[in-house]
Design a protein around this ligand. Structure first.
Ligand SMILES: Nc1ncnc2c1ncn2[C@@H]1O[C@H](COP(=O)(O)OP(=O)(O)OP(=O)(O)O)[C@@H](O)[C@H]1O
Length: 327
C-alpha cells in the first residue's frame, strides 16, 4: 500500500458550553490514498461536517480540536501555522460546501474570482488565468464559458453555481477535495452529472476526494471507499462494494435498510429506531446500543474497538451482523 495522502489518527473535537466540553467527534481514524474517493456517510449530527472542518483546522470557538494527528503528505496540520494552512487551503486542499456562495463571492464576476484563485498560487498573466478558468468551466459542463466568466454568481442557476464552485475548487489541481454535501440541494439528474464529473476529474488529475453525505446512494455512485460515521466516530469502513454488500455494523445495515437507493423496488423502507444522541447525552459503552436490535449486555459496558480484516474492512461492534444477510 502507498503512503496515504491524508492520515488521521484519534481526532477529537469538542464544543464548550457552561456545563463542559462535549465531543462532537471522538477518536476519528481515517486514511485517504492519493486519487481515492472516500464517502463519509452518516445521519444528521453524526459529526461529518465537524470532521471536514477539523481536518483543515477551520473549527472556531466554542469548538476546539483537542486531540489527534492530521497528517497531510506527512505534514501535521495541527502544528501548521495559520499562514501555512491558508496557503494549503485553496491550493493543495480545496473545499466545496453545500451552499456554493460559501465559496463564491457575490460581488465579483466569476472570471475575476477564478483568475484570482489561480494568480494567488501561480505565476502567470491575467489573460492566461482567464483562459485556464474558461477551460475549467467547460470541464464541468458549463456552455459558453467565455461569456459566463463575465457574469456574477446570481446570474447562474443553483446547479450551475455549484458547478462553478466545483470548477473553482479544481482550478489548482488540488491533491485533496473535501466536499460537504455539495449536491444535496440539487435535483437528482444534476447531482448525478456532477458526481460523474467529479469522478472523471479525480481519475484524470489524481485528486483525492472526501465526499461528505447522508446519502448512501451518492456513496454507491461515486466513492471507492466508505467510512460510516455514528456519534462522532467511524463505526465501519471498507470498500464501497464490501460495506454495502456485506455490512457488519448494525448501524450500516440500518442505513442501508432506510435508503431508497439500496432497498429492492417494492420492499418497505425501515427507519432506524429512535434518534441519534446529542453530543452531551451519548450512552456509555457503544453509543449505538440504545437503538440497536443486536445489542448485548456487554455493549453497555465496553465501547467496542475496531476489528479489521486483512482487506481493510473494519467495524466496531460486539455482535456484528453475520455475513450474508442481504441489506
Ligand atoms: N458550533 C457548534 N456548537 C455546538 N455544537 C455543535 C456546533 N457545530 C456542531 N455541533 C454539534 O456537533 C455534532 C456534529 O455536528 P455535524 O455538523 O458535524 O454533524 P453532521 O453529521 O455533519 O450533520 P448534518 O448532516 O446535519 O450536517 C452535532 O451534534 C452538533 O450539534
Amino acid at each position: 500500500m502507498t503512503t496515504p495522502l491524508l492520515e488521521v489518527r484519534g481526532l477529537k473535537t469538542v464544543f464548550h458550553d457552561l456545563a463542559g466540553a462535549w465531543p462532537a467527534i471522538d477518536g476519528v481514524d481515517l486514511a485517504i490514498q492519493p486519487g481515492e474517493i472516500v464517502g463519509l456517510v452518516g445521519e444528521s449530527g453524526s459529526g461529518k461536517s465537524v470532521t471536514g472542518f477539523s481536518l483543515v483546522q477551520l473549527i472556531d470557538p466554542p469548538g476546539e480540536v483537542v486531540a489527534g494527528d492530521v497528517l497531510f503528505k506527512g505534514e501535521d496540520l495541527r502544528q501548521a501555522s495559520e499562514e501555512r494552512l491558508r496557503s494549503l487551503r485553496g491550493d493543495r486542499i480545496a473545499m466545496i460546501f453545500q451552499d456554493p456562495l460559501m465559496t463564491l463571492n457575490p460581488v465579483l464576476s466569476i472570471g475575476e474570482q477564478m483568475s484570482e484563485a489561480i494568480l494567488e498560487h501561480r505565476k502567470c498573466s491575467r489573460q492566461e488565468a482567464l483562459t485556464e478558468a474558461a477551460k475549467a468551466l467547460s470541464r464541468v459542463g458549463i456552455p459558453s464559458p467565455e461569456t459566463r466568466l463575465k457574469q456574477f454568481p446570481h446570474e447562474f442557476s443553483g446547479g450551475m453555481r455549484q458547478r462553478v464552485a466545483i470548477a473553482t475548487a479544481l482550478l489548482n489541481a488540488p491533491d485533496l477535495i473535501i466536499a460537504d454535501e455539495p449536491t444535496t440541494a440539487l435535483d437528482v439528474t444534476i447531482q448525478s452529472q456532477i458526481l460523474f464529473e467529479v469522478q472523471k476529474l479525480s481519475r484524470e488529475t489524481g485528486t483525492a476526494v472526501l465526499w461528505i453525505t447522508h446519502d448512501l446512494a451518492v456513496v454507491a455512485e461515486l466513492a471507492d471507499r466508505v467510512a460510516v460515521m455514528y456519534a462522532g466516530r467511524i463505526v465501519e469502513t471498507g470498500t464501497v462494494d464490501d460495506v454495502l454488500s456485506t455490512p457488519r455494523h448494525p448501524y450500516t445495515l440500518g442505513l442501508l435498510g432506510s435508503s431508497a437507493a439500496t432497498v429492492a423496488p417494492g420492499e418497505r423502507l425501515k427507519q432506524i429506531n429512535g434518534a441519534a444522541p446529542s453530543i452531551n447525552a451519548r450512552p456509555s459503552g457503544c453509543p449505538f446500543r440504545t437503538r440497536c436490535e443486536r445489542a448485548l449486555p456487554v455493549c453497555a459496558q465496553i465501547d467496542p474497538s475496531p476489528q479489521a480484516r486483512d482487506d481493510g474492512h473494519s467495524y466496531r461492534c460486539h455482535n456484528p451482523v453475520p455475513e450474508g444477510i442481504a441489506p
